[in-house]
Write a protein that binds this ligand. Structure first.
Ligand SMILES: *[C@@H]1O[C@H](CO)[C@@H](O)[C@H](O)[C@H]1NC(C)=O
Ligand SMILES: *[C@@H]1O[C@H](CO)[C@@H](O)[C@H](O)[C@H]1NC(C)=O
Ligand SMILES: *[C@@H]1O[C@H](CO)[C@@H](O)[C@H](O)[C@H]1NC(C)=O
Length: 384
């Protein structure tokens, strides 16, 4: 089933600025030239719009540099980031949905399906709950609405593992939440898990897989109380949890119970470091946690991997060099394995609200899910 979407040329506020790269030294993030400054938390974009409370004009060199960066598409803090995006990055608009659409069609997911060379993604469940899932064919850039049977209610995070596409279904007040497996060529779906000892899952948000931990096939997923917070599901039956599911024995085990709103989840390439993003609505806790695993494959040694300087960390992916890519309030932040920020693919020119919740990474392509728009960025180097 093809989605009837009209492809329109996206009109940017400053079309010339699309693809502009600005390189900053880290020092601008830790020392400003002003004698008195203040950053409003409600600023809609990045830290480049801080207020110098003593000058209304660009009286300092920092303020000038930051002003120049305000229409950039890329903020670089490192040569490594510049080598990833190249000297002539080319953000391509793949599709924009008509303004009449009831929900934002490109919200979550971003899983690469090798059999079909597609990336699958899901629509926003606000303001209206739905079962809308889509694929983008990476050869043709064709976007297709998927006819999954049975349909998956309130879908969110998506990931691929050994021939199947796994989809988090957040449920509603009447239908329990679940994680589904979908055959990527027949589109038939089945429930993998929907219960922990008879309790309903809260609203599974994102899912990932390991094969190296204990040599077993594990599915790991976050189960925050987001469907309840967004008022489309009932009172949660237990706290926000990260689960580990043994795909051979079907044992479902809570393994993290102290993150406020666990959301994105990913492992490094060796599968011995686990990352979980916390999208707690309190922006003072916009934290990505890292964990090691103990000899029983259970998360230990929780530490702060990164904190978002604006908005919340949501979708997270680790590339083949163990760089960690995280969708945050200002766009996709790329960090090295130690957590040092390498650069940011800025979101404010890509969607009216300037919000990216998730994205896909495969080979040298980034598929950017920017809510009302889908963009593609082809890199000069393979990252996965
Ligand atoms: C942000 O907050 C400040 C201080 O409360 C206020 O003066 C300003 O108008 C706000 N800006 C926006 C865009 O809401
Ligand atoms: C501040 O600098 C930017 C970039 O150079 C320029 O576009 C803007 O007009 C300047 N604003 C003021 C108030 O001088
Ligand atoms: C929950 O979803 C099911 C399946 O789409 C639907 O039939 C039902 O009406 C929904 N319940 C509510 C309360 O919206």
């Amino acid at each position: 089933m093809f989605l009837q979407l009209i492809v329109i040329t996206f009109v940017l506020t400053n079309a010339n600025a699309l693809n502009k790269i600005v390189t900053f030294p880290f020092s601008i993030t830790s020392r400003l030239d002003s004698t008195s400054f203040y950053r409003y938390k409600n600023q809609s974009f990045s830290f480049t719009t801080f207020t110098d409370t003593t000058n209304s004009k660009n009286s300092t060199s920092d303020q000038n540099e930051l002003a120049i960066a305000q229409d950039a598409s890329f903020l670089s803090y490192s040569a490594e980031f510049l080598s990833i995006i190249g000297s002539n990055p080319d953000l391509k608009l793949i599709q924009e949905q008509p303004a009449s659409a009831e929900t934002q069609f490109a919200h979550e997911g971003g899983a690469y399906i090798p059999e079909t060379n597609e990336v699958w993604f899901t629509a926003n469940q606000l303001p209206k709950q739905n079962t809308n899932m889509y694929s983008i064919n990476l050869k043709t850039n064709q976007i297709t609405q998927l006819n999954i049977q049975p349909p998956i209610l309130t879908p969110n995070g998506v990931n691929y593992f050994k021939g199947y596409v796994y989809v988090c279904s957040q449920g509603n007040t009447t239908t329990p939440a679940a994680v589904y497996a979908v055959n990527p060529t027949t589109y038939s779906s089945r429930i993998v898990v929907n219960s922990w000892f008879g309790y309903r899952l809260n609203s599974p948000n994102d899912v990932t897989f390991t094969t190296k931990v204990l040599g077993k096939k594990f599915m790991w997923f976050t189960d925050p109380q987001i469907a309840f917070m967004q008022k489309f599901s009932g009172v949660p039956q237990y706290r926000s949890t990260v689960f580990r599911y043994d795909m051979m024995t079907s044992e479902l085990r809570p393994v993290i119970t102290d993150i406020i709103t666990p959301n994105g989840i990913a492992f490094n390439q060796e599968e011995n470091v686990l990352y979980v993003t916390d999208t707690s609505p309190d922006t003072d806790t916009a934290i990505v946690y890292a964990y090691d695993l103990n000899k029983d494959g259970l998360p230990i040694n929780r530490r702060v991997f990164s904190v978002s300087s604006i908005g919340l960390p949501d979708g997270i992916r680790v590339d083949r060099n163990d760089r960690v890519w995280i969708a945050e309030g200002d766009g996709i932040n790329v960090r090295d394995r130690t957590g040092a920020l390498l650069g940011v693919i800025l979101s404010h020119g890509l969607s009216p609200a300037g919000v990216i919740s998730n994205f896909g990474l495969m080979k040298n392509t980034v598929v950017i899910l920017a809510q009302e728009t889908v963009w593609r960025l082809d890199l000069p180097v393979d990252v996965l």
